[in-house]
Design a protein around this ligand. Sequence first.
Ligand code: OAD
Ligand code: ZN
Length: 252
Amino acid sequence: MPDARLTRVATCVRAARSVVAMTGAGISAESGVPTFRGSAGLWRSFSPSDLATPEAFARDPRLVWEWYRWRRDLIRVAHPNPGHLVLARFEKNLPQFQLVTQNVDGLHQRAGSHTLIELHGNIWRARCAAGCGRLTEEPGQGCLAGPGGAPAVDPPACACGSLLRPDVVWFGEALDPRHITRAIEAARVCDVLLVVGTSAVVYPAAALPRIARQGGALVVELNIEDTPLTAEADVVLRGPAADVLPALEALA
Ligand code: OAD
Ligand code: ZN
């Protein structure tokens, strides 16, 4: 028999005019992409201040690029999982659906999501570190090999003579105001907010559940464990996103 909480959320999703899903690293966990926090999280073995700040890049761009290239390697061999696929189908099948992700891995797009808001950028893009405006997009393969197939160890250069940097948001940097404004507006007017696989500690993304709740939405947390959001959520669904989202879709 289906879980009563799952049935409640499915009923609300079915009746909603507008549904928003906000995702974090947990949705890609079952695709084999490491999360940031938790026992096997990246921030257990790596220091954000050495790798994910503008100061780190200014100090040692080669080290920062090495780390991002390593992460691209992990993501390149990963595939979207059933959780990503459900959210792509929600975009197609629900009357109004907005996906907001903190992930930079591009797995939502590979699953078929088109209109998502990427709050923290995308690891497959690079942009000029000096701000000349150049943006490059890696297709997701082949970017590790330099000329002759040797690993590319030098940070990529921009045509203006400066360096390219990963087009992601680092600690201490502001989010693109267009993206966060759209996300806040979507959260404000939605009827259901699904918060999937995020530790809900990094702002401003972590503020979206409260904004949705103030606007009258049902806030649903889907996570394998408790987070600071758990106590505030209207419904908590425990379990891996790759299992719970298909179960929800089947009832919705
Ligand atoms: P975290 O690594 O902080 O949190 C991942 C969350 O996913 C945790 O709450 C886990 O319990 C949960 N989780 C793990 N596996 C899951 C599964 N199979 N199904 C459902 N939930 C699962 O990742 P984020 O919350 O995305 O920012 O982190 C937010 C931001 O902090 C990231 O975007 C990144 C990071 O530093 C920047 O780099 C700017
Ligand atoms: Zn440039």
